[in-house]
Design a protein around this ligand. Sequence first.
Ligand SMILES: [Zn+2]
Length: 544
Amino acid sequence: MTNLKIPRSVYVYGCAILLLALGLTSPSLKVAPRVSAQALATTAPTSSPTQENTAVTAPIVLPAVNWQDVSDYRQAMKPAFADDVQKFVDGNRYLIVATLTLDDQAATIHGAEHVRYTNHTADSLNSVVFRLYPNSPMLDGKMTVADVTANGESVQPGFSGQDSVMLIPLAKPVAPNDSVEMTMNFDLVMEVNVDVSYGRFGYKENVVSGTAWYPTLSVYDKGQGWWTSMPDPKGDPAYSESGLYDVRLTIPAKMPIVMTGKEISTTTNTDGSVTHRNVTGPVRDFAFMTSQRYTIDTEMVDGVEVRVVHYSDDNGNPPALDGTSSALQFVRNAFSTYDALFGEYPFAQFNVVENPTPSGVEYPGLIQVSEQAWQAGQSYLEIVISHETGHQWFYSLIGNNQVEHPWLDESLASYVEIVYTREVKHDPTITAAYVKRFTDRYQGYLRLGGADLALDLPVSSYSGVGYGAIVYSKGPLFYTLLEQRLGVQTVYKALNTYFHRYEYAVATSADVEKVFEEVSGQDLTTLFQQEVYETTSTATAAAP
Ligand SMILES: [Zn+2]
C-alpha cells in the first residue's frame, strides 16, 4: 500500500471529498467486498433463506442493562450539560460488547449489541432497519450478523442493498412512543491496507479506523419510511439519530486508543488484552481509532478534554516537523470561536486523530486528520481542523441526511472555514482572499462548462468535480451572500438559533430557511429557491 501523493498546491480544501472533486483520487468501487481467508474459514454453512449473512463465531453473552439509569452517561458531558442525557433515556440506545483482533491479513471485530429503539414517529412500525455500512462497496469491508432477537424472540432478518440494509421484522408492531429491544451478534472483517473512502474506515498503515463498525439503526422518516438508500462514494455514508452508547471494546495490549465519549473503566484481562468501556452523551455515531503507532497528548480547552493523537516512532518520539502543537493551537482557535458564536460544545471530550486519510473526516467527538497535513507550518492542517471541528456543530450535534442532503453539513462546515479565518486572523484582506478561493473554484468549474446545480441535491446528483464545486464552494458562497444581504452578525445569530433549536436533532433545508427568515425578519423565499432548491443560480455566481 502506498499513500496518495498529493501536491502541496492542492491543500486547499477541508474534506477528503474535495480531493475527489479535483480528480486527484478516486474511491474504490468494487462490486463484491473482498473477504479474507480467515473470514471465509470461520463462516458457518449457510442456512439463512436470505443470503450468506450468517453466524461466524461464538455468540457473546451480553450483560444485563437498566435502560432507565443513565447516570453513567453524565460523565461524557461537561457538567453544565449533564442533564441533557436524561432527554435521551428513550433515544437510540446501544450496549455493545466487542473484541478487536489483528493479524497480517485483517482487523477483525467480533461483537454483540443490545439495542433499544423507541418509536418517535406517528406510525406504527412493523419492522426496524439497521445499516451494515461496511458492506456497501464504498467501505469494502465485510459485516455478518447472526442470532438476531426482537423483544426476546428469535427473528430472521432480511438483507438488501448488497447486504448494507438489514430489516428486522417485528411479530408485534411497535406503536408510537413504544420501544422494541433487539440483540444480535456481529462480525466485521477489515482487510489490511484496503484503500477506501478517504481512509475513513479500515486497517491501514497499522492504524485501525473503527468507524461504521457495528450494526447501526437507520432513520424512519415521516411519509418516506425507513431510510435504505445506498451511500455514494463521493460523500459521507451515514444518516442516523442521536442516542446513548455504552461500549466495552477489548483490544490487544499496548494499543493506545481513543473513542467517542468518555472512558469510565479500563480492565487488563488475563491474556493481556485490555477492555475499554466508554459511555457517551447524545451522539449519532460511535467511532474509535487505535494503533501502536499512536501517542496521545491531552489538554483542557474551554472545559473540554482534547486528546491529540499522533504518530511516533518506536522510542515514542514524534517525526520531524510533527504538527501536534500546531494542531492543538488550531483546536483552541476553533473551540473558542464556535463556542462563542454558535453555542457551546456540550461534550467532555474531543479527539483529534492523525490517520491515513488524504484530508479529514468527521465523527461525533472525533475527527480524523490527514497524516500528510500533520506538519508544523502546514496551512492545510489549519484548514482541515477548522472544517472538521466545525462539523461537530454541523453534522454531529445538528444532524442531517448526509446522503440525500449533503449541503446541510458540508456547505456550513466550509462556510465555517471562512468564519474561523475572519475571527482568528482578524485581517479582512486574509478573509477576502479566503472567500475568493471559493469563488475561483466555483467560477472555474462553470467556465469549464460544469452544470450550475442546486445546493440541495443528493450526493449522487453531482459529478465528482461538481460535488466539490457546488456543495463545497457555491455552498459557503451562499452563506457569504446571506452575510451581504443580512449582515454578518445576523448570519451568526441565525446559526446560533439554528444550533440551539436543532441540537441533537435532525434538520432539513426548510428548517435552515425558516431560522434565517425568523432571525432576519426577511422573506428569503426567492433567494433559497434560486440558490438552494433550483438548478439555476444567479446571485451566488455574481457574488464577489
Ligand atoms: Zn466536511
